[in-house]
Write a protein that binds this ligand. Structure first.
Ligand SMILES: C[S@@+](CC[C@H](N)C(=O)[O-])C[C@H]1O[C@@H](n2cnc3c(N)ncnc32)[C@H](O)[C@@H]1O
Length: 197
């Protein structure tokens, strides 16, 4: 039997992050400092960008990106995380942001409807039948870039990297993988549409 590690509780916590001073203290197991630096270092955002963050949890990354873009829309499956995101954004007086309950598997996303699509740490949680149609929809929705994170090199998913590269090739995106050294962390990636300006 595999025991849950110290950072992986058996039951999904109410929140994803532990950095939630504003809402009862977060009970999540991740620290924003594990998650934000790659986005800040590698992702390119522009002041006129319309951005969507799919699976945004309590929106802590969403709110950091909001400083750099025209508008960002956060979509998240869990009600409490959306409520926390709305509360924190209000307290921080961030106005170019919105949060809603939704699923990447069912949300309507028109082709090239957002300059940048953020899709961090969600893909691996989708069911096998939802994973690749959702990934194709996410890429299709981006005018310029998809900011993506998922574990790539797990022994149970030996073909994930190849499938991802093939999909990017079919849809005319470049794929850059930024390897990381955190043991349980997913690989951070950026896909850029080849005809984007
Ligand atoms: C691992 S957390 C990552 C949170 C955030 N993207 C980040 O990197 O800070 C994944 C989040 O995606 C949400 N999620 C899972 N499946 C989803 C789906 N089908 N649609 C939208 N959100 C989903 C979970 O509730 C969770 O808050």
């Amino acid at each position: 039997m595999q025991l849950p590690s110290a950072r992986q509780p058996a039951v999904e916590p109410t929140y994803y992050y532990s950095n939630l001073d504003q809402v009862e203290g977060g009970d999540g197991v991740w620290d924003l400092s594990d998650r934000l630096p790659e986005v800040q270092k590698y992702a390119e955002f522009r002041p006129d960008d319309e951005v969507i963050d799919l699976g945004c949890a309590e929106g802590l990354i969403t709110m950091e990106v909001a400083r750099q873009v025209k508008h960002i829309r956060g979509v998240e499956l869990r009600q409490q995380r959306v409520d926390a995101a709305n509360q924190i954004a209000k307290e921080r007086e961030i106005e170019n942001i919105s949060f809603e309950i939704g699923s990447v598997t069912t949300i309507d996303l028109a082709p090239r409807s957002y300059d940048v699509v953020i899709f961090l740490g969600v893909f691996q949680h989708l069911s096998p039948q939802d994973k690749w149609p959702s990934m194709a929809k996410v890429l299709d929705a981006a005018k310029r870039s998809v900011i993506f994170r998922t574990p790539l090199f797990h022994p149970n998913t030996p073909h994930r990297t190849t499938k991802l590269a093939k999909l990017c090739q079919e849809l005319d995106f470049t794929l850059t993988i930024y390897p990381r050294h955190e043991p349980r962390g997913g690989s951070f990636m950026i896909m850029n549409r080849m005809d984007a300006k």
